[in-house]
Design a protein around this ligand. Structure first.
Ligand code: NAD
Length: 555
């Protein structure tokens, strides 16, 4: 998959750089001060660059110094995007070599702020905008994308960006950021990645009244008009980019569930907010259970928030229990949900379809704390976007009922987290097994150091994408996510667990993604969904597909 793209790009570069400036201005070919003396001579670049030749490592060091001197992460984000526009290989080298430091900038939490400021940050367009005004011509507009060989599309309609709500076209920061992670973490070549924003309007009145808003200034399409537009988008994608995997991202929850159900069995697609979140959280729970020593079948999981993330996690836990032989109805009773109206129970009134399977027969509980007292959950998962909702009382109640309460405060960005790492460890006297959606620094409590894990979907989707592309899977099944979760949990080492960390170190992301890709491809072969014949050495085949951000030689 990837190697042929790398070769052809070096060859294309030699043939196609139109004029000398092409070498310096095209981010795909540009090496900046790292063009060697021989390249400068041959390509006619002598004098167009300062004389000293730098190595890529030296360039990385210089960029890091600049970034570290900047006053805040939003400025670092802008600087990184400018680097991506200038020198792609250097951008990915910087990210890959400093994932710990860079991930919170190119993705959550900074990407949230960046989306809110997208109108001001906008310098060069990146990705494809398909708007309601393009109806009937979506395929034609898609063909304007300069590359034919697209293998991964991340698409949003901007309706529910992280926990920040409707940001219309400013949501483009999310597909752009996710695809950077596909490349950095999963080694998917950047040339085959395509971020797409579907501009169907916005309900955000601030944006609608902003004279500089970049999207359509109209309310969102709804009902049949919306569905027809999505259908046209899917059909156009199949025609123009037939090999592409389509990842749905940050759609409003009623559309997200519906569209997943509708397209999951028709095209190569998944929804990261539902399935990716399910897998990363299930993996974290598996790791936490290595610390508590109790099996999944003994857990009661209480969710605060019954949206895409919560139901996605619940469904995967149910699938995992069923794979262990637990009947579906019983498996579902391991998962309970509190939404804005209190505990989701039978007879509470009309419920959205995705909540119905989890509306168990039980007395009503008006809020989270009363639900904890009634159900005594072993695992508490925050996915409501309601900041500070894991109060001292909530954490203390979890700690009263469990020797090692598992507390996952997953709402993003940091400002939306249900509690901080310090609060979770402090209020539970260091007994909580804690992870969050956005990163928190390590906490020292009475001389003990705790390293909170980050339940970041970036542990899952790049590996899933790599696996799907490596074997040419025609569909992406829920069982692939169960296997991805297990593979991720297996990558957590004893040394991680000893520090309280239930996810692997971010620096190991490439190895982790490769392991997940192998698990996903194995499942595709098992289900007879793979188009690529099974290689003798699947692990070697997957590793061989991964893009390395090294400069090619042009002479
Ligand atoms: P969503 O809009 O689909 O769901 C939010 C849910 O929270 C809804 O069910 C809503 O009824 C419920 N809710 C709202 N107010 C509440 C209240 N006061 N009490 C209880 N429940 C309440 O959103 P989502 O996709 O499920 O995402 C929710 C949050 O999870 C976001 O902040 C998102 O950033 C985060 N998230 C984190 C990860 C991760 O860390 N890996 C992945 C996905 C989502």
């Amino acid at each position: 998959m990837t190697s042929d793209i790398v070769k052809s790009s070096a060859a294309t570069a030699r043939r196609g750089a139109s004029g000398k400036l092409g070498w310096l201005q095209n981010p795909v070919w540009n090496k900046g001060t790292a063009f060697t003396a021989a390249e400068r001579e041959t390509l006619g670049l002598r004098g167009l660059l300062p004389p000293r030749v730098f190595t890529q490592e030296e360039q990385v060091e210089r960029i890091m110094q600049t970034l570290r001197r900047m006053p805040n992460d939003l400025e670092r984000y802008a600087q990184l995007i400018a680097l991506q526009d200038r020198n792609e290989a250097l951008f990915y080298r910087v990210i890959l070599d400093h994932l710990d430091e860079m991930m919170p900038i190119i993705y959550t939490p900074t990407v949230g702020k960046a989306c809110q400021e997208y109108g001001n940050l906008f310098r060069r367009p990146r990705g494809l905008y398909l708007s309601a005004a393009d109806r009937g011509e979506v395929a034609r507009v898609m063909r304007n994308w300069p590359h034919r060989d697209v293998r991964v599309i991340v698409v949003t309609d901007g309706e529910r960006i992280l926990g920040l709500g409707d940001l219309g076209t400013y949501g483009m920061g999310i597909p752009v950021g996710k695809l950077s992670l596909y490349t950095a973490c999963g080694g998917i070549h950047p040339r085959v990645c395509l971020p797409i924003t579907l501009d169907v309007g916005t309900e955000n009145t601030t944006l609608l009244s902003d004279p500089f808003y970049t999207g359509l200034r109209q309310r969102r399409l709804r009902g049949p008009a919306y569905d027809e537009f999505i259908e046209e988008f899917i059909r156009a994608t199949r025609k123009v980019f037939p090999r592409a995997l389509i990842q749905f991202e940050d759609f409003g929850n009623l559309n997200a569930f519906r569209l997943l159900k509708q397209y999951q069995t028709r095209v190569r697609t998944f929804n990261d907010d539902i399935q990716g979140t399910g897998a990363v959280t299930l993996a974290g729970i598996y790791s936490a259970l290595r610390l508590t020593g109790r099996p999944l079948a003994e857990q009661t999981v209480l969710f605060q928030g019954a949206g895409e993330a919560g139901i996605g996690i619940g469904d995967l836990i149910v699938a995992a229990l069923m794979a262990e032989g637990v009947p579906q109805a019983e498996a579902r009773r391991h998962c309970w949900f509190v939404d804005s109206q209190g505990l989701v129970v039978q007879g509470r009134g009309e419920l959205a379809a995705h909540k119905v399977p989890y509306a168990h027969a039980h007395a009503s509980c008006p809020d989270l704390l009363s639900a904890i007292e009634a159900l005594r959950p072993t695992v508490l998962v925050g996915v409501s976007g309601m900041p500070k909702s894991f109060t001292q009382g909530v954490v203390e109640a979890m700690a009263r009922h469990n020797p090692r309460p598992v507390i996952l405060a997953l709402s993003n960005p940091t400002s939306k987290a249900e509690c901080t790492a310090e609060e979770a460890y402090g209020w539970s006297q260091g007994r909580a097994i804690f992870a969050s959606g956005s990163p928190f620094p390590p906490v020292t409590l009475e001389g003990r150091r705790f390293v909170p894990g980050q339940g970041n979907n970036a542990y899952i989707f790049p590996g899933v994408g790599l696996g799907v592309l490596s074997c040419g899977a025609r569909r992406v099944t829920d069982s692939m996510f169960s296997h991805a979760a297990k593979a991720l949990a297996q990558e957590v080492q004893e040394s991680d667990l000893q520090q309280g960390r239930i996810y692997p170190a971010l620096q190991r992301m490439r190895e982790v993604s490769a392991a997940i890709a192998v698990a996903v491809a194995e499942e595709a072969y098992r289900l007879n969904l793979a188009e690529v014949p099974r290689p003798a050495d699947l692990r070697g085949h997957v590793a061989g597909q991964m893009y390395q951000p090294q400069y090619p030689s042009y002479v």
